[in-house]
Design a protein around this ligand. Structure first.
Ligand code: FES
Ligand SMILES: [Fe+2]
Length: 431
């Protein structure tokens, strides 16, 4: 299929789309590009299979009338057809049905849509996501945030995939199962690509500046491809549609994992997928020298740690520190560049801000100059309290850095009725 269909396109933050051959997609992605492959999932029959699995799950959870209604209305309106508990159950069942088929989807995408000629490795962890409009999801927050189901119902905050024990060289495949709009889609942060980024747990630290995101809108059946090293996340869904996507990853070379434990999660060697030897596909990755090396490093490190604990003393503590430093996981396959991303601006006098700049005044207040006016407003996003001083300004709105919620600085409000308005202070004044 590669090379004969509509070409893929490199996406740029300014809206530009640069055509690229499908066979060049993986190389471009490894160099930091974000690439859209239009219609790939429709052409491979993957879209039909996933939609059929979701409709079957809806029929089981809510009955044939609801399944027919959903087929008629379109998947984007699933939150109108199902209540919160049914939505949660339908996601769980859809994902459970699809799980055995994901490896073959990955193989088809690698071989047919991306034209990979050499064996590759399919990461064995895949996720299906139903992202309902926030005002709907907020009514079921307790249920949706339990994460007891197999899929995900809440927007992912900015992160790198290897912070979740995914191989360092994994390429992210983001499958659009419903239509995706800019106000319910995925975000990728190009400014953070080659930068050191501060973490808090498995996410970007709240006060870490990562710049404005590339926001992606696409059709059901499109495939988005970007490197797992890219800082990426999801937009808070301020649209009226539920966005449905599946995410999976592949490594075009031997998987390089941040730890042996990460490889234990499973990578499948593509030549065995879909054959009667598929059960052994994960063994190929485990036999790699990288896995053996990481496993030995883990054993040595654990041994020195145990000795340090049992015997104690300064020499052993130094030996432990040295060992850990020497055995740190290989970073060789993650993209180069270690520029430091600047922290949010801080100002005493907001009048000094340039147009489009945003800055902290103190712990509770922020200021921004927008269209020549200076606005002073609360520093914490009403969604999950992210630091708006690390946000950015676009089209007259202040955007939250975590899930891109746009807030009108003249009213303190964004599009979601369930989110409180930001406190506003006297325009241009910090008194
Ligand atoms: S949009 Fe989620 S914390 Fe701001
Ligand atoms: Fe991710």
């Amino acid at each position: 299929m590669a090379g004969t269909e509509e070409p893929a396109a490199i996406l740029r933050r300014d809206g530009a789309r640069l055509p690229i051959a499908r066979t060049d997609v993986v190389a471009a992605v490894k160099a930091g590009e974000v690439v859209l492959v239009p219609g790939a999932l429709r052409q491979l029959g993957i879209l039909d299979q996933i939609v059929a699995a979701i409709l079957t799950a809806v029929r089981e959870v809510a009955g044939p009338t609801q399944a027919d209604a959903l087929r008629r209305l379109g998947l984007e309106r699933i939150h109108e057809v199902l209540d919160g508990a049914q939505l949660e159950a339908a996601l769980h069942q859809s994902h459970a049905r699809l799980q055995p088929r994901y490896p073959s989807f990955l193989k088809a995408i690698g071989v047919e849509a991306l034209g990979l000629r050499r064996p590759f490795y399919a990461h064995a962890v895949q996720v299906l996501r139903f992202l309902a409009p926030h005002d709907v999801a907020a009514r079921h927050a307790e249920l949706f945030l339990q994460k007891k189901n197999l899929g995900r119902l809440d927007p992912h905050a900015p992160h790198r995939d290897h912070w979740f024990d995914v191989p360092l060289n994994a390429v992210n495949l983001w499958l659009a199962i419903s239509a995706v709009a800019e106000d319910n889609g995925v975000t990728v942060f190009p400014d953070a690509w080659a930068a050191e980024v501060a973490q808090s747990g498995r996410y970007v630290r709240g006060d870490q500046l990562i710049g404005a995101p590339l926001r992606v809108a696409c059709e059901a059946g499109d495939l988005l491809v970007f490197h797992g090293h890219h800082v990426h996340g999801a937009v808070l869904n301020t649209s009226r549609a539920t966005r449905i996507a599946a995410t999976m990853r592949l490594c075009s070379e031997r998987p390089v994992a941040p730890s042996a434990a990460a490889l234990d999660g499973g990578c499948l060697w593509s030549p065995l997928i879909g054959t009667r030897f598929e059960a052994y596909a994960a063994t190929a990755a485990r036999l790699s020298w990288i896995h053996l090396l990481e496993r030995s490093k883990q054993t040595i490190s654990a041994g020195v740690g145990a000795l340090e604990k049992r015997v104690g003393g300064a020499p052993l503590r130094s030996l432990g520190r040295l060992t850990r430093r020497a055995l740190r996981y290989r970073r060789g396959d993650s993209p180069p560049g270690r520029a430091t991303v600047p922290r949010p601006l801080s100002v005493d006098d907001p009048a000094a801000l340039a147009d489009g700049q945003i800055a902290a005044i103190d712990d509770t207040r922020c200021a921004a100059r927008i269209g020549g006016r200076v606005f002073v407003f609360g520093r914490r996003c009403p969604h999950e309290q992210a630091d708006l001083a690390a946000g950015y300004v676009k089209d007259g709105r202040v955007h939250c850095p975590r899930h891109d919620y746009p807030i009108d600085p003249t009213t303190g409000r964004g599009p979601c009725e369930t989110l409180a308005p930001l406190p506003l202070y006297a325009e241009g004044s910090v008194a």
